[in-house]
Design a protein around this ligand. Structure first.
Ligand code: PBG
Length: 329
């Protein structure tokens, strides 16, 4: 049957029928806020490449967490931006029980026990060279020694009350190793969000400014562990391994340039699948908005809805609080 029996515009004619046929709707409960924490008190630092995003000390983090709770954003993903004194060759500050992440976690859990907390597990904020792992004399990131460090980091976070540890490092076998260590230590409820399909993307630049790894990394890159941007079968293999090793949720990162990967992952495995709208995506949208070239609210909500349509169950985004506010208006 064809035109005029089929008129696709009939259902689009009125708001009520558009609402009824809408397949995907964005909710505040789909969103995960991303925050950068720094040492000190009453401190806020702007990030030049991410206007509107600040690094905050723990007191400011508590305010941010309060906003999440008030707006119905269920979780906060936490990234540390430790000072130069916390950086070393072996990244030992990452698992200091009194380290920045651990103190932030305890403070957040004490005040907002029901807000989900997701802790970044990777060494880049803590290494002098800005790589996500430990390097050998040639600068190559060593897999097993790095996994041992990530285990210590995960245990320290779990001990502090972290709900999700989220390894963003792309070492082989780290999900299984972390899972086994958590079980053995009795942290049977600590979830693992695996950055499974994490690409060697150039969209992470502003983040590296924010956590202070850009200067350490210098001309270095992460191509020996993050995925090649031309691949998507490989993403399915990564996800399959992480699920087998005990991941509770998997992630595709970055977001908008990788919607095809997101859809393939969700179709192939049907497990909780998260996506990360990364710093460079935020920077693009914000820059266009500040220039008056795009309607910020409309395009942000459009990108976030696109993630849901492509199969995402949850979205990490620097826009989480803004989006939740807009959705509530
Ligand atoms: C590193 C890490 C990165 C991001 C999250 N964790 C950057 C990188 O891999 O260099 C990027 C997040 C963003 O760009 O918003 N462990």
């Amino acid at each position: 049957m064809n035109f005029p029996a089929v008129r696709m515009r009939r259902m689009r004619r009125d708001a009520f029928s558009r609402a009824l046929m809408r397949e995907h709707t964005l909710l505040p409960s789909d969103l995960i806020m991303v925050a950068f924490v720094i040492d000190g008190e009453g401190k806020r630092e702007g990030i030049p490449s991410m206007p509107g995003v600040e690094r905050v000390s723990i007191d400011g983090l508590l305010e941010l967490a309060g906003e999440c709770v008030r707006l119905g954003v269920p979780a906060l993903a936490l990234f540390p931006s430790p000072g130069p004194a916390a950086k070393s060759e072996d990244a030992a500050e990452a698992w200091n029980p009194q380290g920045l992440m651990q103190r932030a976690t305890r403070a957040l859990k004490a005040k907002y026990p029901d807000l989900g907390l997701i802790g970044d597990v990777a060494l880049d904020p803590y290494t002098t060279h800005g790589q996500d792992g430990l390097i050998d004399e040639n600068g190559y990131v060593m897999n097993e020694p790095t996994v041992e460090a990530l285990i210590k980091m995960s245990l320290a976070q779990a001990e502090a009350g972290m709900d999700f540890v989220a390894p963003s490092d792309m070492m082989d076998g780290r999900i299984g190793a972390i899972r086994e260590a958590l079980e053995q230590a009795g942290y049977i409820h600590t979830r693992i969000l695996a950055y499974s399909a994490k690409y060697a993307s150039s969209f992470y630049g502003p983040f590296r400014d924010a956590v202070g790894s850009a200067a350490s990394l210098g001309k270095g890159n992460k191509h020996t562990y993050q995925m090649d941007i031309g691949n998507s079968d490989e993403a399915l293999r990564e996800v399959e391994l992480d699920i087998a090793e005990g991941a509770d949720a998997v992630m595709v990162k970055p977001g908008l340039p990788y919607l095809d990967v997101l859809r393939r992952v969700k179709d192939a495995f049907g497990v909780p699948t998260f996506v990360y709208q990364v710093s460079g995506e935020y920077a693009m949208l914000k820059a266009a908005a500040l220039n008056g070239w795009l309607n910020e609210r409309a395009v942000v909500l459009e990108t976030l809805t696109a993630f849901k349509r492509a199969g995402a169950d949850a979205i990490l985004t620097y826009y989480a609080l803004d989006a939740a506010r807009w959705l509530r208006e």
